[in-house]
Ligand binder design. Structure first.
Ligand code: GLN
Length: 552
């Protein structure tokens, strides 16, 4: 059941996708939270995957992992970063998840012999989940983003559920349509017609938007605001201008210029109009946007870049953001270059040699064989040339393999992910994972979510965190093989972070006396980096990068 007086804001997209609905949702959350109303943000993804864990990152961007271990859409990462708090399973749903619950219930006769149908049964399941998110997460307001665009066949049930919510709680539900206003080059004039049509389409679902967030290359002028207002039956002061800007972190500040926060409270009939306190956020956004700050040049050596003719950096979104937060804290502008590991693997010596021009190198998480020999070469280069190196998950496993091959002289050291019968399986499948692979139960079965990690005294990791125990989020099936730990340690590698029972190696590093910063984590620190609380390991890595002289 819903909480008494709980408020719901549904965010829907008009005209086209990819115009920043997720950022608007996150910004609404931040604005209301800064006015003293606890908020939870809910993402609805209309696809049939049960979670986002089974999709290739070039297909759908990064898979973001919640504390619980749920594998979600990257928007959930943005939500957490804006709210600076952890979200829960209730805050995320896909069509796959919804249908799976309904079908499981049908199989156990819970519908008592009824014909089970999209309406009402699937819709009821959606409603139940929206209300559960409201009840579980301590919010006063839920902001629910419905993925896709109005008129998409596949999000229709979710939009219909939103309509029913309005019928149930007429005073507590409002609708925000994030739309796009093109400025065709041939005309040089902003056009409102596509948005008018999108509102009509929404009307045909029985929904009238309360707000239009007008995304465009330019700010919306008064004349067009009035036109949209009269044509779409939305109050003029609730047509909010949202022009393109440099950074997503400016968006809440920009929306606030049109008083979005106060207008939302008014529409929701929330009595207290409190002043928005965005001081800390503003300070961060100003630092992040300071183009006068000196650069710090980082190379990310990965493989999920190319889709057709386009380069897709979304696959590594949380890493990019984590770098930005630490760089802003250190008063630097990050300059990130994508280096395709596949080229290094093919023997492209120039790309490898060029790594010397960076101040820091990251090898991010990944799966499978493509590009890994290229990544290992890049890691060797970073180690031998004393370039600060930060390995994330696969980047840590490959760092250990490189060390085993080139320092321990185990020439055939490998991971059993690639070489099943490796002579020296320095990285091996975790025991409990074996069955998942042989049964082909891949979805949601990795070692996922938050686990504690103990940090050894006197190490880079311990000094960075300034704590003995930390919790970090994971997503892997393989681990450093315990049989090789002693040998690796004897050869100089330090396992500075382990599971509390010392069985799983969570962080590997080289002592500062040997290398300025060579550290890898089995977990994904990037998932817990936030604008207002940058991640200590990213900050430490960047400090080492800044200390390395910039080269041309
Ligand atoms: N493929 C590796 C594993 O499954 C690393 C996973 C990752 O980088 N997220 O253990």
């Amino acid at each position: 059941m819903a909480k008494e007086g709980h408020k719901y804001i549904f965010v829907l997209g008009g005209v086209m996708s990819g115009v920043g609905k997720g950022v608007v949702t996150s910004s609404i959350g931040l604005l209301l939270q800064q006015k003293g109303y606890p908020v939870n943000l809910v993402k609805v993804d209309p696809y049939l995957n049960v979670d986002a864990g089974t999709m290739n990152p070039t297909e759908h961007g990064e898979t973001f992992v919640l504390k619980s271990g749920l594998e979600t859409d990257q928007d959930m990462g943005n939500y957490e970063r804006f709210l600076d708090r952890d979200l829960t399973d209730e805050d995320y749903m896909t069509s796959g998840m919804v249908y799976q619950s309904v079908i499981t219930r049908e199989r156990s006769l819970e519908y008592g012999g009824k014909c089970v149908e999209a309406i009402p049964h699937v819709r009821d399941e959606i409603l139940k989940r929206i209300e559960a998110a409201a009840a579980e997460n301590g919010g006063r307001v839920s902001v629910i983003e419905i993925g896709g665009t109005i008129g998409d066949f596949q999000n229709a049930l979710f939009i219909d559920a939103a309509r029913v919510m309005k019928m149930r709680y007429p005073d507590d539900v409002i609708f925000v349509m994030v739309s796009y206003l093109p400025v065709p080059g041939t005309l040089g004039e902003m056009k409102t017609k596509p948005t008018q049509s999108a509102v009509r389409a929404l009307n045909s679902y029985g929904i009238q938007p309360d707000f239009i967030v007008a995304r465009s290359t330019h700010a919306v002028d008064e004349k067009r605001k009035e036109k949209l207002a009269i044509q779409c039956s939305v109050r003029t002061d609730r047509v909010i201008s949202a022009p393109d800007i440099k950074s997503i972190y400016e968006v809440p500040l920009n929306l606030e210029k049109d008083h979005l926060g106060d207008e939302l409270l008014d529409a929701l009939k929330l009595p207290e109009k409190r002043k928005t306190s965005l001081a800390a956020w503003r300070k961060f956004a100003t630092a992040a946007l300071n183009t006068k700050a000196p650069e710090v040049k980082i190379a990310i050596v990965g493989k999920y870049f190319d889709t057709g003719d386009f380069v897709l950096s979304d696959a590594y979104l949380s890493i990019i953001e984590a770098i930005k937060f630490s760089a802003a804290k250190l008063g630097r502008q990050p300059k990130i270059t994508w280096v395709n590991a596949k080229n290094i693997e093919k023997g492209d010596k120039k790309t490898l040699a060029e790594l010397a021009s960076y101040q820091g190198i990251i090898v991010p998480g990944g799966f499978g064989e493509t590009g890994i020999e290229g990544k290992i070469k890049a890691i060797q280069f970073a180690r031998e040339h004393k370039i600060p190196y930060f390995g994330l998950c696969y980047g840590m496993q490959l760092m250990v393999i490189e060390y085993a091959r080139n320092v321990l002289k185990l020439k055939n050291a490998h991971t059993t992910e690639i070489q099943k019968n490796s002579e020296d399986p320095v990285v091996d499948i975790m025991l409990e994972q074996k069955k998942h692979l042989s049964d082909k139960t891949y979805g949601g079965t990795m070692r996922l979510g938050s686990y504690p990690c103990y940090l050894k005294k006197g190490t880079i990791a311990r000094n960075a965190y300034k704590k003995e125990m930390v919790d970090e989020r994971h997503r892997h099936r393989y681990e450093i093989n315990p049989a090789y730990v002693k040998k690796l340690e004897d050869a100089g590698l330090v396992f500075s972070g382990t599971s509390p029972d010392s069985i799983l190696m969570e962080i590997a590093e080289l002592p500062k006396s040997v290398h300025p910063f060579m550290l890898g984590t089995q977990f994904h620190p990037e998932f817990q980096a936030r604008p207002l609380s940058p991640h200590p390991l990213f900050t430490e890595f960047l400090k080492a990068a800044i200390a390395r002289k910039r080269r041309k």
